[in-house]
Write a protein that binds this ligand. Structure first.
Ligand code: ZN
Length: 86
């Protein structure tokens, strides 16, 4: 049977390999307003017909992934150690 606890470093650092291992591995999804159209309408002429924006495919917003930065990953880990370490 696997034990419920493991031996882990107290801190994530570059020296123990954590920075290389975890940097860029996590992100959060977010929608931002598309800057290339008017709510999905990409027509240049104000009296022109509706033209679907190619960038956002007519959605008016674009989904982006924002990476979780290294200081934040370290902070999350540090709080877990603080409260869960025995
Ligand atoms: Zn657009």
């Amino acid at each position: 049977m696997r034990p419920n606890t493991v031996i882990m470093p107290r801190e994530l650092t570059a020296e123990n390999g954590a920075k290389c291992l975890l940097s860029g591995e996590f992100s959060v999804g977010h929608f931002i307003e598309c800057g290339y159209c008017d709510e999905g309408d990409a027509k240049i002429d104000p009296d022109g017909d509706y033209e679907e924006c190619e960038l956002c495919e007519g959605q008016g917003e674009v989904h982006i992934e924002i990476p979780i930065d290294w200081p934040t990953i370290k902070a999350i880990y540090a709080m877990a150690v603080k409260h869960l370490a025995k």
